[in-house]
Design a binder for this molecule. Structure first.
Ligand code: 6GU
Length: 226
């Protein structure tokens, strides 16, 4: 999978993909993330990429020309399956969306800043608008990093044990059950007996009950659609 990201603060996108599972995905050739600085397509030698909003009001708007030039130049190399704009007024990102995006080959992510981007870019080029939650970030970069991580780990071969993504919280609308590791007793807190029983059927039943209980307690909204 190829993901291109257009940003005015590309430094924010250096570290998130350089470690751990995202690094392994890159090293294995399964996920390539390329970050482009929007200034490269600035309208003048001063690096201008934004301007005042027509109609007035505080805040700058990212201009059509740099964005459209960037989109057209990058699309010419290989057409994009999706051109996604990160914005707090987008559709809330969730696991089904991550699953869907994990099937794409070539995507372009555009990170907004300031008061957003000229609406004409949204109208004519953007295939999907994503928000990562109901709060405002200072730019789309951290949101884009969240989506790259959530999507990247679903690409077959990225996780060591491919089944492990199947048991993630949310994949079945349930939160994951509690987990424990050695020692069996820490202070006087003991690991539940069933997990030490070696009885895999009982263990699976226990895990399912716990997942259900946790979901009822913490996120009853996840069960309501059932
Ligand atoms: Cl995608 N962008 C910004 N700026 N703020 C957000 C967001 C995105 N998602 C939630 N808040």
């Amino acid at each position: 999978m190829n993901i291109h990201i257009i940003s005015v603060v590309p430094e924010l996108l250096e570290s998130p993909f350089a470690h751990s599972i995202m690094k392994r995905a890159a090293d294995k050739g399964l996920l390539q993330v390329t970050v482009h600085h929007l200034r490269k397509w600035a309208i003048n030698e001063y690096g201008t990429i934004d301007d005042y909003a027509f109609g007035g009001g505080a805040g700058m708007v990212m201009m059509c020309e740099p964005l459209v030039k960037a989109i057209e130049e990058l699309s010419a190399a290989a057409p994009f399956d999706e051109i996604i704009f990160f914005t707090p007024d987008g559709k809330r990102f969730d696991q089904p969306t991550a699953n869907e995006l994990s099937l794409k080959e070539n995507m372009l992510f555009i990170c907004g800043h300031y008061k957003g981007i000229d609406q004409r870019v949204r109208d004519h080029f953007i295939t999907r608008e994503i928000s990562i939650g109901d709060y405002v970030l200072s730019g789309g970069e951290l949101a884009a990093a969240v989506v790259v991580d959530a999507v990247g780990r679903l690409i077959p071969g990225v996780l060591n044990d491919e089944t492990s993504a199947l048991f993630d919280s949310f994949q079945d609308n349930l939160l994951a059950p509690p987990v424990y590791t050695r020692p069996e007793v820490f202070r006087d807190w003991k690991v539940p007996d069933v997990l030490l029983s070696g009885d895999h059927k009982r263990i699976e039943e226990w895990r399912y009950e716990q997942a259900l209980k946790r979901t009822q307690e913490k996120r009853p909204d996840l069960l309501e659609g059932e």
